[in-house]
Design a protein around this ligand. Sequence first.
Ligand code: ZN
Length: 150
Amino acid sequence: MADLTDLYQQVIVEHNRSPRNFKQLAHPTRRAEGSNPLCGDQISLEVELQGDRIADVGFQGSGCAISQASASLMTGAVQGKTEAEAEALFQVVHAMLTAAPGVSVDSAKLGKLAALSGVRQFPMRVKCASLPWHTLRAALRAVPTPVSTE
Ligand code: ZN
């Protein structure tokens, strides 16, 4: 189990160091802002929808390693997915982040996102990890007000 934890930490460190999809889009169709005042995490997310498919997604912002890595992993995971598939993934990730310690996680559906499963041992950091996902949901639902975890 220690090896797995190390592996997960490496994934988070690596995604924080060189985040994927850290960019502005040329033709965004949706946009949302999110913040986690407790930690100081900020995210600005842009999505280009083609029909109901996420053709491209990019984020910018600043914050702790968990929030940045989560945004990087999230944008990679939802690229090319339909809105319904992205919502389903949101549910799986949310369940993972809020599961009681010791409850096993369905890592088959999670892929690389399983790297975030260690976060649930640190309740203060759950909001850091979930912020990008809540912001994505707001973008897809075209919610006009910024997302705040508070
Ligand atoms: Zn944070």
